[in-house]
Design a protein around this ligand. Structure first.
Ligand SMILES: Cc1cc2nc3c(=O)[nH]c(=O)nc-3n(C[C@H](O)[C@H](O)[C@H](O)COP(=O)(O)OP(=O)(O)OC[C@H]3O[C@@H](n4cnc5c(N)ncnc54)[C@H](O)[C@@H]3O)c2cc1C
Ligand code: FES
Length: 276
């Protein structure tokens, strides 16, 4: 029997919705027993487990304001994620968490926000975007930049379409590789930055989440726009196992990414070799 407050003790969650978003990415909505809230903040993750198979850290994609349920998008890359893809609505999983640091949405009230996400990086970013849009009056300009490899890799396509029509946000999207069906921008995500006009670096906080290769190029662009390291927030994905600072799998030098991250201000990790 686990002690009452064991950090390893999972709660039971039921899959209430599931559908494929791309060939490899599956959207899930989960409900905890008794309709409890997971109690997360934007940018945090949880460990999702299947008994007898294993567990995997997965970002929470919904806003904390979505009550009684939470959303994730899981890419099928290996043992646990494949088993999760094979579950149906009504199946149950274990959930530990939420864990990790979060985007400091409260502290950023009054500031302009630019969200820069590549590929599956939109999944954790979406929690912060939803939160900012739900509290629209608390923030200045909201700019959302999203890049996918090609049109088959775009996630949450209905939401992307809605954001592109929303007058109180600036939404810019690109795909690396075009297609006759795609009428939008073609090129890597950094090609979107020149489309942002009247940018006020001192009053802006940038959020960056994407594949490892994206960070250094996006950060260079942000520096060219006079952004300082302290106003750039990144979320880093490292291989994790326990999620609670016990196993060392996520360690970069002295830092346990599962505890001190995954969300970091860039100035806090710029001395950390291999972080970016
Ligand atoms: C904070 C955080 C948030 C995440 N959010 C999401 C998310 O929202 N959606 C999502 O789909 N994924 C997310 N991931 C990634 C996800 O956790 C992994 O894809 C998952 O753990 C893979 O588990 P698996 O058992 O399916 O794959 P595995 O069978 O473990 O293998 C997957 C691949 O990774 C390699 N691999 C596995 N472990 C290691 C290791 N320790 N070192 C090096 N290579 C290794 C394997 O060789 C294989 O190529 C997140 C990861 C972190 C740390
Ligand atoms: S994942 Fe185990 S110490 Fe961070």
């Amino acid at each position: 029997m686990y002690p009452e407050k064991s950090i390893y003790l999972p709660q039971v969650a039921t899959i209430t919705k599931a559908n494929m978003m791309t060939k490899v990415d599956r959207y899930f909505e989960f409900e905890l027993e008794g309709g409890k809230d997971l109690g997360h903040k934007p940018g945090q993750f949880a460990e999702i487990s299947i008994p007898g198979i294993g567990e995997a850290p997965i970002s929470i994609s919904s806003s904390p304001n979505l009550k009684g349920k939470f959303e994730m998008v899981i890419r099928n890359v290996g043992v646990v994620t494949n088993a999760l893809h094979n579950l149906s609505v009504g199946s149950t999983v274990g959930v530990r968490g939420p864990y990790g640091t979060h985007f400091p949405m409260e502290k950023l009230k009054g500031r302009d926000l630019v969200f820069v996400s590549g590929g599956i990086g939109l999944v954790p970013m979406r929690s912060a975007i939803h939160y900012a849009l739900e509290n629209r009056k608390d923030y200045g300009r909201i700019m959302i930049l999203f890049g996918a490899r090609d049109i088959t890799q775009r996630l949450f396509v209905d939401e992307l379409a809605a954001w592109s029509k929303q007058s109180d946000i600036e939404f810019l999207e690109t795909v690396d590789v075009g297609n006759p069906d795609w009428k939008g921008n073609v090129g890597v995500i950094t090609t979107l930055f020149s489309k942002i006009k009247d940018f006020h670096a001192a009053n802006t906080t940038a959020f960056v989440v994407g594949p490892p290769v994206m960070y250094k190029f996006v950060i260079v662009e942000l520096f060219k726009m006079d952004m300082s390291k302290s106003n750039i927030i990144v979320s880093l994905e490292r291989h994790m196992k326990c999620g609670v600072g016990k196993c060392g799998h996520c360690q970069i030098n002295r830092v346990y990414v599962c505890q001190e991250g995954p969300v970091f201000a860039l100035d806090a990790i710029s001395e950390l070799r291999e972080a970016i």
